[in-house]
Design a protein around this ligand. Sequence first.
Ligand code: SF4
Ligand code: SF4
Length: 206
Amino acid sequence: MMRAPKLRELAEAIKSLLARPATVGFPKEPCHVYEGFRGKPEFSEISCVGCGACAEVCPANAIIVEDDKITESKNSNFVRRLTVRYDACNFCGNCEAHCITEDGIKLTMEYDLAVPDRQLAREFIEHRLICCELCGTVLTTIKHLLWIYYKLGPLAWGNPNLMVTAQREMLPVEPGLPGEMLRRPDIFKVLCPKCRRNVMLNDMNG
Ligand code: SF4
Ligand code: SF4
């Protein structure tokens, strides 16, 4: 005659056979993800201004910032490309937490990130750059400068770069050639810190 513990085990085995599996049938069925899940990071075309702060705080170096070289093209094609490599991402959420606009990059609910080639595991966004009009040094993106301008309000009028950029209504400026003569009106150009210092010194000392 079968003992009681054996009967119990048999009942459990039959119950398990008839019950639904405890694990999810992924990839045949989608998984249910809960609020707060940290999946694939994605840039927002609207809110990202291209400042690059997210790349600075990424512990996995999963965000790459690349600026076009000034010698190759004039300003109209001059862009900053931010690429997030989600094959390198550890989903820590630092980029989202430290984004200056708060919504420029978000960790989405997307969890199915398998790709046949790692090179495909990336998303990017591009922004037009603004450069020093005298030496061509990259300052930042036009969108970033305008974001600062609106953030500062009337205080922005104390900074010629912000003022000139806002007045030009986001029109790209032609980068100058290194060694161009410094003149007083150059104060009212978009300049990198080094050129602005030189222009101010030239203005003061003649
Ligand atoms: S706006 Fe946010 S997402 Fe865009 S580059 Fe700056 S920190 Fe990164
Ligand atoms: S979630 Fe973390 S590791 Fe992934 S891109 Fe953002 S900062 Fe880098």
